[in-house]
Write a protein that binds this ligand. Structure first.
Ligand SMILES: Nc1ncnc2c1ncn2[C@@H]1O[C@H](COP(=O)(O)OP(=O)(O)OP(=O)(O)O)[C@@H](O)[C@H]1O
Ligand SMILES: [Mg+2]
Length: 134
C-alpha cells in the first residue's frame, strides 16, 4: 500500500503502469496504494469480471481517472484490442495493468514497469523501471 502510494505520487496524466508478478504477488494491493494517493476512497477490488475498472481520482485539485485493468482472464491479443484498451492507453487518465505482459504489443515505450517477486518466506521484492525518483 505504501509503495503503491509512493508510486502514485510520482505518476502524471497519461501514464501507463505495467504490473508483473505471479498469482498473489500483490499487484492489486499496489493498485490500492496508487488509488489512495489519488484520493480515491472507493475500495479497489480485482476487476476480474469487468476487466477494466474506472475510478475518479484527483491530482493537484484536478479530476483524474484511474483505470485499473486486469488481463488475467485474457488469452488472445484480439480480446485485448476488443476491450478498447488503446483508447485508454492514449488517454489522459492513469492506466495500471495487471498481467501487462499479455498486452506487451499495446504498451507505449514510456510505460513504467513494476515487477513483483515473492521471495522465500513471503517477503516481496519489487523492481521499478521508467519512473524517476524511485
Ligand atoms: N507486499 C506484500 N507483502 C506481503 N503480502 C502482500 C503484499 N502485497 C500483497 N500481499 C498479500 O498477498 C495477497 C495477494 O495480494 P493481491 O491480491 O494484491 O495480489 P495480486 O498480484 O493482485 O493477485 P492476482 O494475481 O490474483 O491478481 C493478499 O492477501 C495481500 O494481502
Ligand atoms: Mg490482482
Amino acid at each position: 500500500m505504501e509503495l503503491g502510494a509512493e508510486i502514485g505520487r510520482r505518476l502524471g496524466r497519461g501514464d501507463v503502469v505495467a504490473l508483473h508478478g505471479p498469482l498473489g504477488a500483490g499487484k492489486t494491493t499496489l493498485v490500492k496504494g496508487i488509488a489512495r494517493s489519488l484520493g480515491i476512497v472507493e475500495s479497489v477490488t480485482s476487476p476480474s469480471f469487468t476487466l477494466i475498472a474506472e475510478y475518479e481520482g484527483m491530482q493537484e485539485e484536478r479530476p483524474l481517472v484511474l483505470y485499473h485493468v486486469d488481463l488475467y482472464r485474457i488469452s488472445h491479443a484480439q480480446e485485448i484490442a476488443d476491450l478498447g484498451i488503446e483508447e485508454i492507453l492514449n488517454g489522459e487518465g492513469i492506466c495500471v495493468i495487471e498481467w501487462a505482459e499479455k498486452a506487451a504489443e499495446f504498451l507505449p515505450d514510456s510505460a513504467i514497469h513494476v515487477d513483483i517477486t515473492i521471495k522465500e518466506g513471503g517477503e516481496r521484492s519489487v523492481e521499478i523501471s521508467g519512473l524517476s525518483g524511485l
